[in-house]
Design a protein around this ligand. Structure first.
Ligand code: AKB
Length: 314
């Protein structure tokens, strides 16, 4: 059977690039982009688009009825920093959006569901370095709490209803095509824009805050590889640890200075995102993803910086 794919939350930082990548693999007309906002020019003109709010069950139901998707990617979510400004909305969107999709996937016998988790599932008492797949998880942001609860729901639907649901715990994703959406790791994107435009950037995280990050091309490739993997290889139905590179604002600034020697970095005091970052891992052990479905990142810090600078310059 030919794949029919629905991507919910298609206009965000990940969705914008995932829809383009999926349309290349599966054909433009077989990938339906859905969002509450009007899409950018590329997505609208390269295939079908529908206005969908993942909290509106009737609209969602009509999308499943109309397209009978074989694969659904649910990307609509409130991220860590915006989630803290509106905790109830973050919980509602992140949790009920997921439950709506899991239920419809059962009703319509959707072959595969993808739902992203995050390093935000870890908390102050999780090991900070090389954080293992299985360890203490005590997230203290509503985003992290909703992602951890969502992981449990995914595993539950797999065990109880045999739903083929797959997930990755994304680190901070670095990309130049679409703007980041209110996360704690967003500084690592803003820094490139400001370095090129102004030659200086005021980081909201302090110099020594090390966080796991990944270039978007790696994240998109890894996501599609996980979805393509034979089901027999997928033993984790909560969400896979997934790693690229780890760096601090200071290390990133030094890398940028190799291309823009006059670049200066300053630090903004007392930003609430610092507390969030301090509760997260510094680096991630993604050996399960590597062993089970062959995950391997391609972009190190040097390559990531070159891609960002060259593409943003254009
Ligand atoms: C965020 O900073 O909230 C996200 C994430 C790590 O999930 N980028």
């Amino acid at each position: 059977m030919a794949e029919k794919i629905v991507v919910l939350g298609s206009n965000g930082q990940i969705g914008t690039e995932l829809v383009t990548a999926l349309r290349k693999v599966y054909g433009e007309s077989n990938v339906v982009a859905c969002d509450i906002r009007r899409p950018d020019y590329d997505i609208k003109n390269s295939g079908p688009f529908e206005f969908v709010n993942v909290l509106e069950k009737d609209t969602l139901n009509s999308i499943f009825q109309k397209y009978k998707p074989t694969h659904v990617y649910l990307l609509a979510a409130l991220l860590s920093a915006t989630g803290e400004q509106n905790p109830k909305l973050a919980w509602d969107l992140n949790m009920n959006g997921l439950l709506n999709i899991l239920d419809l996937a059962i009703t319509y016998q959707t072959a595969k569901v993808y739902w992203p988790s995050s390093i935000a599932v870890f908390g102050p008492n999780s090991p900070k370095d090389n954080t293992p797949q299985f360890c203490v998880m005590d997230p203290n942001t509503v985003y992290g709490i909703s992602k951890l609860a969502g992981e449990r729901w995914c595993e539950y639907y797999h065990q109880k209803y045999n739903l083929d649901v797959r997930s990755i715990r994304y680190p901070g994703l670095i990309s130049w095509k679409a703007a980041p959406g209110g996360g704690t790791t967003d500084y690592a994107i803003h820094i490139f824009h400001d370095a090129l435009k102004k030659g200086t950037y005021a980081s909201f995280l302090n110099a020594a805050t090390e966080l796991p990050m990944m270039y978007m091309d790696d994240a998109i490739r890894g996501t599609i590889e996980l979805m393509d993997a034979d089901a027999s290889k997928i033993t984790i139905r909560s969400s896979y640890n997934f790693a690229g590179v780890s760096f601090t604002p200071e290390i990133l600034a030094a890398e940028i200075r190799k291309h823009i020697p006059e670049f200066t970095l300053t630090y903004a005091e007392n930003d609430p995102r610092q507390n969030i970052a301090d509760s997260w891992p510094r680096s991630i052990d993604d050996s399960y993803a590597m062993k089970e479905w062959g995950w391997k990142p391609e972009f190190n810090l040097e390559r990531l910086a070159i891609e960002m600078i060259n593409n943003l310059k254009k």
